[in-house]
Design a protein around this ligand. Structure first.
Ligand code: NDP
Length: 325
């Protein structure tokens, strides 16, 4: 099988497309012929070696994939069935989706819901799935469209773009924060009512600022998240899933104890099956057809290392779909 293989050379990570014997695939009860994968922030960290994502080499990266079951010892899956996988450490400590085949546990797979084909599932990928989990967290926090505006940070990225489109389709008023002026039209076309410059959010905030937002989806962390928290309305919910700006959170308890603000962490890697399935079904139903054209660029396996470097340099907008076959 053809695969992107990561090998360690001293402190460097080498990423090359190679032909590998598929007998070397790891243990698992379902083998999948991968048709599509995608490039996520975590993939870019792993492939460029900028993040310590991978501990054991050689590794096939790719934290998500969609494809057809080739063989299965798990009764729930039949040969030829379309499935999607995100998370569970695949592409980190278990060979991943940037290869023609993957062998995984049936526990990790989700059958594709009606309304999504494999290609669309990977336009969404881990980023889209995570955006859906963030929106569900706002809903569970009681945030309704009538309550006020919702802020999305890191809006041009995969999670941010999908979150903007999902919220807009659900009737929320969305304000996006972006570091890229040039993406204002793109973000408005996805449904953002307003786009604010990231530079407005880099100063250390006061513990409490003017109340502006009924909810927020944050992919950035650090001072930007601290400022977002200081601006939340009474009883608002913030779903925090990312660290594109850093892993620190220089905040105070004030938003929580004086404004009843809820900070909900989001992890997409170990989401239990029922919630996974519910999130994929909702993604299939909510997003308009136009989203899949607006938010995607398609590349081949050979182009992944360059695309990973571009993503790390904040030069990628929306989602990067990888055509495997
Ligand atoms: P992308 O690289 O596609 O998007 C990140 C966006 O963040 C960029 O497009 C940019 O948006 C903004 N950004 C980039 N660098 C900085 C910076 N230094 N400071 C502030 N903003 C910055 O990544 P994804 O959308 O795939 O992922 C976003 C985050 O969410 C990542 O940290 C990722 O690890 C995390 N994540 C977490 C998951 C979980 O399970 N918790 C699952 C998936 C992702 P703009 O130019 O518009 O400002």
């Amino acid at each position: 099988m053809r695969a992107l293989l990561l090998e360690q050379q001293g402190e460097q990570v080498l990423a090359q497309v190679k032909n590998i014997d598929s007998n070397l695939l790891p243990v698992g009860d379902v083998t999948v012929e991968v048709n599509w994968s995608s490039l996520n922030y975590k993939d870019a960290l792993a492939i460029t070696g900028k993040g310590k994502i991978i501990r054991h080499f050689p590794m096939v990266p790719g934290i998500d994939f969609a494809g057809q079951v080739y063989s299965s010892q798990d009764q729930r899956f039949k040969k030829g069935q379309s499935v999607v996988l995100t998370g569970w450490g695949v592409g980190e400590n278990h060979w991943g989706g940037l290869a023609e085949q993957a062998r995984v546990s049936g526990e990790w797979l989700v059958p594709l819901p009606a309304g999504l084909d494999e290609r669309k599932a990977m336009i969404l990928g881990t980023a889209g799935f995570t955006a859906m989990l963030c929106v569900m967290a706002l809903e569970e926090g009681g945030v309704k469209p009538a309550d006020g505006d919702i802020l999305v940070t890191g809006a041009s990225g995969g999670v941010g773009s999908t979150a903007v489109a999902l919220l807009a389709a659900l009737g929320y008023n969305v304000t996006a924060i972006s570091g890229r002026d040039s993406n204002t039209d793109y973000l408005k076309s996805l449904g953002a009512k307003e786009v604010l410059p990231r530079s407005d959010y880099i100063e250390t905030p006061r513990p409490l600022e003017k109340q502006l937002w009924a909810g927020a989806i944050d992919t950035v962390g650090d001072k930007l998240l601290a400022r977002v928290l200081a601006q939340m309305n009474y009883n608002a919910t913030v779903a925090a899933c990312g660290l594109a700006g850093g892993y620190q959170l220089p905040t105070t308890v004030m938003p929580f104890i004086l404004r009843n603000v809820r900070l909900q962490g989001i992890d997409s890697v170990h989401t239990p099956f029922q919630r996974r399935q519910a999130a994929w079904e909702r993604l299939a139903n909510i997003l308009p057809e136009s989203f899949y054209q607006q938010a995607t660029q398609e590349i081949l396996l050979e182009e992944v290392p360059a695309a990973a470097a571009a993503l790390m340099n904040n030069n990628v907008t929306g989602r990067t779909l990888v055509k495997i076959r």
